[in-house]
Design a protein around this ligand. Structure first.
Ligand code: GDD
Length: 409
């Protein structure tokens, strides 16, 4: 048997995702109309002999209760949320629930970060892992040399695929091959985590935080039950014939900011063409709105037939879109009203917001720039004819004048 664990972090982890993480935990933010964590979960469905999926995090249990019960029913597979009493780190969290995870006596454990967007080639990873015969195999990808330092950089043996060297977010360039945050382990991983914990205790908690973290808290040392998968496990075990790599040539992105969520929504919508074409909207502008490219529209949304939608648009539950509206490259969250002739381009429109007649909410669409997309927080009102460009608007604001390149607090 095989089990899958998805690390969902907690409220202190999603800060770069503000203002969208104020009310909804980041793992449940919709990409292509489905909660972020839904995408790795549906990928797990393709793993042979999968017994359970666990979500491990330190968000409140009630925030995940509805989602895990509905997804368990939908997939006919138990999905459980396990809440840590405090953050234990990406490996410590796994270890904390080892008894529950081992209940099914799995031979293999998949471990996935919830905030990565990729095609999750899990069955082929499992095959490769069995062939390599190590303790763990990680998904890796080549990225541009300039962007590699935001991730774990690594060196692998081109023949055997063994992980030879690993450094987490190094200051000087090591390699353009990086860690995708998707792993498969044998249960031996628990002994490896335990070793780190015991060693740390022995040295009287002397192990320091990385220089970046040390800046934030100069004297703090790590508690013995706080274990990071990357620094504490992958780095020391590299080159010991225990860890191997599996390279993907498909798409891969990390979802740390709202801008990147818009990009990932686009990637997942494109993937739906192959995996779930029934989720993509179609329409020719007669009975239904005119649809351009990949678009998701929740069945409860009401879209006027004279509206034109797409590409890369995702419309959530109970949204109302009026006559003559144009939507391009956007995520429109639950209960939003977009009135007649409004235009939304490269933006995320928060829950219960209202966009007035002839208003424009737009941005350049540079997904990695700070103000590259416009974000309206929850319940923002944009009055008739007001134009909002490259701006972030915090929840409950009423905009009655046009703004550009601003953060409205
Ligand atoms: N349950 C739980 N408890 N989850 C946690 C905790 C914790 O204490 N700490 C982090 N996580 C989760 C996060 O929600 C995320 O899904 C994953 O573990 C990794 O988070 P971080 O440890 O903050 O690392 P990162 O996202 O900056 O980078 C990691 O992922 C990259 C790929 O996306 C590293 O492994 C990089 O090397 C890698 O490139």
């Amino acid at each position: 048997k095989v089990v899958a664990v998805i690390m969902v972090g907690g409220p202190t982890k999603g800060t770069r995702f503000r203002p969208l993480s104020f009310n909804t935990p980041k793992p449940l933010f919709p990409l292509a109309g489905q909660p972020m964590v839904h995408h790795p979960i549906s990928a797990c469905k393709r793993i042979p002999n999968l017994a359970q999926i666990y979500l491990i995090g330190f968000h409140e249990e009630r925030e995940f209760a509805l989602y895990v019960s509905s997804i368990s029913n939908e997939l006919k597979l138990p999905v459980r949320y396990l809440k840590e009493d405090k953050p234990h780190g990406s490996a410590g969290g796994l270890y904390y629930f080892r008894d529950i995870i081992m209940e099914d006596s799995p031979s293999h454990i998949f471990l996935l970060n919830c905030d990565v967007c990729c095609s999750f080639p899990l069955p082929s990873m499992l095959d490769a892992h069995i062939k390599y015969g190590g303790m763990g195999t990680m998904l890796v990808i080549k990225v541009s040399a300039e962007s590699a330092n935001q991730f774990g950089e690594l060196v692998a043996d081109p023949e055997t695929h063994e992980l030879l060297h690993y450094t987490e977010k190094p200051e000087t360039f090591v390699s353009d091959l990086i860690n995708c945050g998707v792993y498969i382990f044998t249960p031996d991983i628990f002994a490896a985590i335990e070793d780190v914990s015991i060693n740390r205790e022995g040295r009287g908690n002397l192990r320091r935080l990385s220089s970046f973290e040390a800046l934030q808290s100069a004297t703090r040392t790590l508690p013995k039950d706080f274990v990071r998968l990357d620094q504490d496990i992958l780095s020391p075990l590299a080159g010991k014939k225990k860890l191997y790599t599996y390279e993907t040539n498909d798409f891969w992105e990390q979802i740390k900011t709202p801008g990147l969520s818009l990009k990932c929504s686009e990637l997942y919508l494109a993937q739906f063409r192959y995996t779930s074409p029934h989720l993509l909207a179609s329409g020719d502008g007669k009975k239904n709105a005119k649809i351009v490219g990949d678009v998701y529209i929740h069945p409860s949304a009401k879209v006027h037939p004279s509206a034109k939608i797409g590409p890369n648009v995702s419309i959530s539950a109970n949204v109302r879109v009026g006559a003559g509206v144009r939507l391009i490259g956007c995520i429109v969250l639950d209960d939003v009203e977009v009135k007649e002739n409004a235009v939304v381009i490269n933006s995320i429109v928060g829950w219960k917001s209202s966009l007035g007649r002839w208003s424009r909410v737009q941005a350049d669409g540079d997904y990695s720039a700070k103000l590259g997309i416009t974000i309206l927080g929850e319940a923002v009102t944009v009055e008739d004819e007001v134009v909002v460009i490259n701006s972030i608007v915090l929840p409950h604001k009423i905009l009655n004048v046009s703004v550009q390149d601003e953060i409205i607090l």
